[in-house]
Design a protein around this ligand. Sequence first.
Ligand SMILES: Cc1cc2nc3c(=O)[nH]c(=O)nc-3n(C[C@H](O)[C@H](O)[C@H](O)COP(=O)(O)OP(=O)(O)OC[C@H]3O[C@@H](n4cnc5c(N)ncnc54)[C@H](O)[C@@H]3O)c2cc1C
Length: 280
Amino acid sequence: MKNFIFKRPKTIRDAVKEYKKTQGSFYFAGGTDLICLMRDEIVKPEKIVDLKNMDELDNRILETENGLRIGALATMSDINNSPLIKKYLPFLADAALYHSSPGIRERATIGGNLCNASPACDMGTPLMVLNAVIITSKGSKERQIPIQKFFKGVKKSALKPGEILKEILIPEYKEVKGIFYKKSRIKMVDLAMVNMTILKKGAEFRVSIGACAPVPLRIKSAERILNRGGDMNDRLFKKIGKVCARNIKPIDDLRGTAEYRREIVTVMVARLLKQLTSGE
Ligand SMILES: Cc1cc2nc3c(=O)[nH]c(=O)nc-3n(C[C@H](O)[C@H](O)[C@H](O)COP(=O)(O)OP(=O)(O)OC[C@H]3O[C@@H](n4cnc5c(N)ncnc54)[C@H](O)[C@@H]3O)c2cc1C
């Protein structure tokens, strides 16, 4: 591994300054993505700017007047263990629990998971159905990005050079019911072959599917059919499964074939909808 400069600034303003001063700078949170890329020499940073020594960036999960707020440095363990997340959004706690292995979950942050922008990121689909808002900073001013506009392609996000993901805001976190599902080649410790979250808020359904396109998707055509109302039955759920399978763009890769991914989506969307509506 090539030598690099290491900086640990105390403010976002200084972090952005350090980042901009040197071409080939990378921000560093938990390092669980970045270190692998450095080990494999896919990236060769000139400078690493560590984000973990600032008062302005933290791992706190709080109720605020604008919604539930999750600090960018919250780890998968913080999210899975948070009483607030367990109370209001247990499916988000599940997504954090199904992420990787216990050791990685202690380091991997939600900010890093989103900024890495893998199509399979486990925080993607729960936040997509929650219409989460990403709050970023460059030191002087903040920007709010709706999550549906955050993912731009494989490993591409809406962040501008030097911009830091500061926190995630979930305005609608009360009275929602959801289920997260993940299919991997092996149990735990692997990225998803398919992941998905289905949410129900009153009579409204939202469906998001990950690892089946360059970015996590909301399947609006399926949502429109569900949100027309009417009888919620197995026939409808199977139809929605098929609609979802038609509206993804999976590829063949080492984790599975496109055909198998479509099959999982067809079956699991129907199953999750049945589970979500049972007892109503
Ligand atoms: C063995 C193993 C298993 C894994 N399993 C899973 C899994 O099951 N599910 C899953 O989704 N992922 C998995 N991952 C990938 C990784 O753990 C996650 O994406 C993790 O959440 C990344 O967070 P981090 O804090 O480690 O990010 P880092 O590696 O520190 O950063 C990732 C990228 O985001 C940038 N970045 C980080 N924080 C910020 C910020 N606040 N603002 C701006 N840019 C930022 C960095 O510059 C870097 O480009 C796995 C990784 C490993 C090594």
